[in-house]
Ligand binder design. Structure first.
Ligand code: ADP
Ligand code: MG
Length: 314
């Protein structure tokens, strides 16, 4: 292609909300063999919503939600935001009387009238959060977090989590003072165009792959809904770039599509990194393409544009 053709294609991309960072990025997209999609916020809307909150101990429901929301208050994770939102609704709309005087295990709430004072907070990437409330340890996260802290997961709780995961939800376990006190089920719907785009890519001869830090069962359920058969789950935040390298073996051209901070090393490692426009700045910086409309259709737009510019007929 001539420099003029590259300029024209870059302009066409920009008009369609596909920002291409240079001619090299434009040239490579035609050869893409694998497109690795991040799950949360890329294939899904990234609008996590709590759909279930089950208390397994004798703890009061309001008390349980206050504890969990307080523990998550310092977390930036989308799951944390969903949990706090749910607890806030419970307190402000379902049980207005409790908002004035929430008292949990003798600790009076200080923030916004209902969140509790937390100490020694730490976010454990790929696992959840840990902190102390009223001198007792609270853990909010996945099985791995529970196992590493030697919290026993009773069989009926495990069964409940499995049920959530099989319906494509993420199960978040909560332990207080080393007792498993409850479970939250969180749903994050697929983007409306996701399944059609996956079908389109397969028709173009491109293999879609899904990568996620979420658990295997939820990942497989989501992948099945969207039409992806190749899944890599329970990948630690640093591991997504390794997944990219794995697919590059033998000289395959690999694209990565992602939105989060966690995705930026993988976006940089990929031959073609594509960031979702609504994603974090770090992801956008690491990518070769920015999909400004945040629509997955533009993954196809980008490949089409490259193929047409370089007249590669398959
Ligand atoms: P993803 O690749 O889907 O963005 P992450 O690596 O961010 O996944 O997280 C993986 C898993 O770790 C989540 O599915 C969840 O089980 C757990 N987790 C991470 N952060 C939190 C949090 N703040 N609260 C509860 N669970 C969390
Ligand atoms: Mg994401």
């Amino acid at each position: 292609a001539t420099p003029t053709a590259v300029m024209v294609a870059t302009g066409v991309g920009a008009n369609n909300g596909v920002l291409i960072k240079g001619g090299d990025a434009l040239e490579k997209a035609q050869k893409i063999k694998y497109v690795i999609f991040d799950k949360t916020g890329t294939l899904t809307q990234g609008k996590a919503t709590v759909t279930t909150a089950k208390v397994f101990s004798g703890m009061d429901r309001g008390e349980f939600l206050t504890l969990v929301a307080s523990a998550e208050a310092s977390s930036e994770h989308p799951l944390a935001k969903a949990i706090i939102e749910y607890a806030r609704h419970f307190h402000f709309f379902d049980e207005p009387s409790t908002t004035r005087n929430t008292q949990v295990h003798g600790t009076e709430s200080k923030y916004f009238g209902w969140l509790l004072d937390v100490s020694d907070f730490s976010a454990l990437p790929g696992q959840g959060v840990q902190c102390y409330i009223g001198g007792k340890k609270i853990l909010v996260g996945n099985r791995k977090l529970m196992i590493e802290n030697r919290v026993t997961i009773p069989e009926h709780v495990e069964n409940f989590v499995v049920e959530l995961e099989e319906s494509a939800k993420t199960g978040i376990l909560v332990a207080y003072d080393n007792d498993l006190v409850g479970v939250l089920g969180i749903a994050d719907p697929l983007k409306r165009e996701a399944a059609v785009v996956i079908e389109g890519l397969i028709k173009m001869g491109v293999n879609p792959v899904m990568v996620t830090g979420d658990n295997w069962r939820t990942a497989k359920a989501v992948a099945k809904e969207v039409g992806i058969t190749d899944v890599r789950a329970e990948v630690m935040p640093a591991g997504k770039a390794d997944v990219v390298c794995l697919f590059q073996k033998g000289g395959n051209v690999v694209a990565m599509v992602g939105d989060g901070i966690n995705d930026s090393p993988a976006l940089a490692a990929a031959d073609v990194g594509m960031a979702i426009g609504a994603g974090t700045d770090i992801a956008i910086e690491a990518a070769d393409y920015v999909l400004m409309r945040s629509s997955l259709e533009d993954v196809i737009t980008a490949i089409d544009l490259s193929r047409k510019t370089f007249s590669r007929i398959r």
